[in-house]
Design a binder for this molecule. Sequence first.
Ligand SMILES: Cc1cc2nc3c(=O)[nH]c(=O)nc-3n(C[C@H](O)[C@H](O)[C@H](O)COP(=O)(O)OP(=O)(O)OC[C@H]3O[C@@H](n4cnc5c(N)ncnc54)[C@H](O)[C@@H]3O)c2cc1C
Length: 392
Amino acid sequence: MPEYVIVGGGPAGHSAARTLSEEGAQDILLLSRDPDPPYDRTAVTKGYLRGETSHDEVLLGALDGVDLRVRTSVTKVDTGGHTVTLADRSEASYGKLLLATGANVHRLRVDGAALEGIHYLRTLRTADEVREDAEGAGHVLLVGGSYIATEVAASLTAIGKRCTIVMLEEVVLERTFGKQAGGYFQRVLTDHGVEIHPKQELARFEGEGRVSTAVMQSGDRYEADVVVVGAGVQPDVSLARAAGLDLGERGGVLVDARLRTSAPDVWAAGDIAEYESVVHGGDRLRIEHWDVAETQGHTAGLSMLGRDQVHDVIPYFFSDLADWTSMEYIGQAYSWTEEIVRGSIDDAEFTIYYIDGDRLAGALSVGRGDDLERARELLVSRQPVDRAELAG
Ligand SMILES: Cc1cc2nc3c(=O)[nH]c(=O)nc-3n(C[C@H](O)[C@H](O)[C@H](O)COP(=O)(O)OP(=O)(O)OC[C@H]3O[C@@H](n4cnc5c(N)ncnc54)[C@H](O)[C@@H]3O)c2cc1C
């Protein structure tokens, strides 16, 4: 019987398995329904989509001493009996279980949504499909103003495609990073030829078998040979819910600071984990970032080994628009009352500090990564900010 069973081969599951193995644990079983072994999902919208990074280059490190089974879906968790059921109806017992099932894309429910040529990007296979489909396409339409849609627009434009973004927002990325940062990224995109249509709500797709046009609620129509939708994700808590685990207000699996769920011997990490963040005064957070999933997998691995390990890592996010611009972000500002800019947005060298009341909630940097060190100190200390010092 495997002592440690991990469900999910994303960064959280991979990192937990690696941690357990490096710490000398035995009998580790990693189950993933993905056909590929664990890989760098962030490349799906970046180098891999552009064809600059090969399949082998995006694979995460091999896991010594771990029984990795891909194309293997877990259909049920019995927390009382300490077993998981697989799609082939076989069962595996566990001593300790980690759920790291990640997220599912939010699918649009409009007329024409099932037409060919409409894609959702999450896996390497979906990136292959988009690239293949976009090969002969004149117009690629991106639905959404999120980092997925903007990264895909940049990558496909960089390989010679004509890309148009339609979105509900006024400027891209404004929901997560505000209008100042969003305005900067929007300028970068339009300067490189991406057409952007803000405040547009999709009404339906039209086409004969295959999509040809996207029609907006406003009546505006956009040509679309290929569509890529980036309309957010939902944490995949189906196994956890069916197993009776407590869920949180942010839609995730409730875990404490040690990433333990409400069931004995069951942990959760990554996109599904709604965790008590000790570096945010115990606030409950659920974050969909690569680094958060990776570091939480490490924390969960140690916690599963019985170490008194809380997850005390400041959240970190990065995004690239082709090789045009890159950003880094730390913290987690769900809302904020003020933005302080250091440096110059016009010169593409700036940091935006997101202030909530008197405290720093997050900081985004383009070309000024060193500023994030001070931001990190402020996020940890939770001291009131000195606005003049931050503005520089
Ligand atoms: C295209 C794309 C680009 C991204 N780019 C960035 C970026 O630039 N920067 C950044 O910080 N973040 C980025 N992210 C977000 C980041 O990749 C995610 O936050 C991270 O992958 C979450 O890791 P996870 O381990 O929780 O889940 P996932 O990576 O989603 O992995 C979940 C795993 O669980 C498996 N699984 C699910 N259910 C079952 C089941 N029942 N049985 C067996 N296996 C199951 C899945 O097959 C998958 O292997 C990006 C995400 C996407 C989709």
